[in-house]
Design a protein around this ligand. Sequence first.
Ligand SMILES: Nc1ncnc2c1ncn2[C@@H]1O[C@H](COP(=O)(O)OP(=O)(O)OP(=O)(O)O)[C@@H](O)[C@H]1O
Ligand SMILES: [Mg+2]
Length: 246
Amino acid sequence: MATPMKPNTNTQTPALQISGLQAWYGESHVLHGVDMVVRPGEVVTLLGRNGAGRTTTMRAIMGLTGSRKGSLKINGVETIGLPTHRIAHLGVGYCPEERGIFSSLSCEENLLLPPRLKGTSEGMSVDEIYAMFPNLAERRHSQGTRLSGGEQQMLAVARILRTGARLLLLDEISEGLAPVIVQALARMITTLRQKGYTVVMVEQNFRFAAPLADRFYVMEHGQMVEQFSASELDAKMPVLNELLGV
Ligand SMILES: Nc1ncnc2c1ncn2[C@@H]1O[C@H](COP(=O)(O)OP(=O)(O)OP(=O)(O)O)[C@@H](O)[C@H]1O
Ligand SMILES: [Mg+2]
């Protein structure tokens, strides 16, 4: 939504194409046929009530659920039978809700930790990351435990950018953070979009997601029940109100 001058990307191979995806945790059947398409360079928001299956969708993309069925293509490559590390090497970066910052390491050590993904573009340099997140530059020598929640969240995203991943899966990054930090995260998403990253973000915070996304999907009971583009957002507000109470 931020820049209207996007090329028509309809003919490109999707960055992510999910069809009829089902997923289970043990005996528990959680995803019941999820369909979703994300084009290269798009920012797509996945909305839904608690327990709708948004985190499970991200985990299924990464091969982190129990079993999965259906089709899940990343840049045209079928990944349904691949293990997690092979999926990551296709250029996917997953930022889970639990941020996974190593508390005994410094901010910079956390940044230097992830290995570069094979066969993907070069990751962002530490200097580029510090230019994008001045807070992290100031805190580069601080131990993980001394970082604020907002700083840890930025570090968790920044760490993925180091790997060279171009498709980013971000789970509720704004959750529980102060408004000033949420604004910084919104600027980060805008910058990533300008740099051509493809972003899928799960959000509970509709006001954070609404101005950032090119398109929206809404999940309920392990299926997509709505999808629309940013230009349809106003018209869809009554439906969203009903589905999400926003
Ligand atoms: N490890 C697990 N084992 C069994 N069931 C799970 C597991 N994790 C999630 N579930 C169930 O799967 C369903 C979808 O959960 P999921 O975490 O994907 O929801 P969500 O949309 O991310 O919502 P929220 O983050 O608000 O909880 C829920 O009914 C949840 O109870
Ligand atoms: Mg979740």
